[in-house]
Design a protein around this ligand. Structure first.
Ligand SMILES: Nc1ncnc2c1ncn2[C@@H]1O[C@H](COP(=O)(O)OP(=O)(O)OP(=O)(O)O)[C@@H](O)[C@H]1O
Ligand SMILES: [Mg+2]
Length: 305
């Protein structure tokens, strides 16, 4: 069945600003949930700069069109992590999409209504920066279909925080609930001495969350190892290889993404579903405590270390 009928939770990842790590946070949440045993989908509605296929190392894949709709591209052998992105529909990675508003709006609607996600626990939606046409149609369509709420990403700099305020205002105007705020690029952890340097200062996201009475979900450091992995296009391969998967899951960003998911109420089901290879599961027994089995209902703020 296409559309969101059998999707239990829908969580868009937003920010008013470009380049703050929306796609990275979306991917980290997807891998975290997958490692916890869930069936996860990632819908990339960044029509002008779709980066999800590349992040997962699936840039050369193509979407299959079935009579009922589009079949997502699966990342892992078990087919518990599926992707849908305009990137899969373009002829070449270098192709530019120059569309006017109505065409973008129609494409987003089709992405939300015509993908055969099947039985999915969580659909994460990666969005473009700003409060553009794509945002408005995404918000309208998701609010009409069903959405739990948005995870809003910021970096600690004042300019990013200012744009995030606009995004929070946008969410309010379109009746899109906000599940919490993530502060990305919050300090740089030196791989040699493990010292954390606050390149862009820190704490702005947490202060913003307090001001808006929102949950502060996590503080994610700049992690060169993660960038290296994402740039290498190896994520898909790593998920299927226990040793490689353990290496991936040791990234601080993924550990904290697991903490975020638990804060949002997602319990670790990897034991039951055998999702995460054992060696990796041992590495990820970590961070925040489970809040509730009903994700997003009673999330509480976590200490983001
Ligand atoms: N915590 C992090 N540690 C290291 N690198 C990061 C981190 N977060 C993001 N990056 C890197 O920063 C760059 C921008 O991140 P990303 O593409 O996720 O941002 P975005 O908000 O989705 O951008 P856009 O607005 O263009 O869609 C990428 O190269 C990504 O690998
Ligand atoms: Mg992006």
């Amino acid at each position: 069945m296409s559309g969101l009928e059998d999707v239990k939770h829908v969580i868009p990842v937003l920010s008013g600003k470009g380049g703050v790590g929306k796609s990275t946070v979306t991917a980290a949440l997807a891998v975290a949930l997958w490692s916890m045993g869930y069936r996860v989908g990632v819908l990339d509605i960044d029509l002008t700069g779709p980066s999800v296929p590349g992040i997962f190392g699936m840039a050369d894949s193509h979407v299959h069109a079935a009579p009922d709709g589009w079949v997502p591209v699966f990342v892992d052998r078990e087919q518990r992590l599926g992707l849908m992105s305009l990137g899969f529909l373009l002829g070449s990675k270098a192709d530019a999409v120059i569309w006017r508003g109505p065409k973008k709006t129609a494409m987003i609607k089709q992405f939300i209504e015509d993908v055969i996600w099947g039985d999915l626990d969580v659909l994460l939606v990666d969005t473009p920066p700003g409060t553009s046409d794509e945002h408005i149609s995404m918000a309208e369509n998701l609010v009409a279909a069903r959405v739990d709420g948005a995870v809003v990403v910021t970096t600690p700099q004042a300019v990013s925080l200012l744009d995030v305020r606009k995004e929070l205002d946008f969410c309010k105007k379109v009746d899109l609930p906000v599940l919490g705020i993530v502060e990305n690029m919050s300090g740089y952890v030196c791989p040699h001495c493990a010292d954390c340097t606050n390149i862009f200062s820190t704490g702005g996201g947490e202060a913003l969350a307090k001001e808006y009475n929102l949950h502060f979900l996590a503080r994610l450091p700049i992690e060169p190892e993660l960038t290296k992995i994402l740039d290498s296009g190896n994520v898909a391969r790593m998920l299927d290889e226990p040793d490689q998967c353990a290496t991936l899951m040791r990234c601080a960003t993924l550990q904290r993404a697991i903490g975020m998911c638990k804060t949002l109420g997602f319990e670790d089901r990897s034991g039951r579903h055998g999702g995460l290879p054992e060696s990796a599961a041992a590495d990820t027994a970590t961070t925040a405590t489970t809040v509730t089995s009903n994700p997003t209902a009673t999330a509480t703020a976590t200490e983001a270390t």
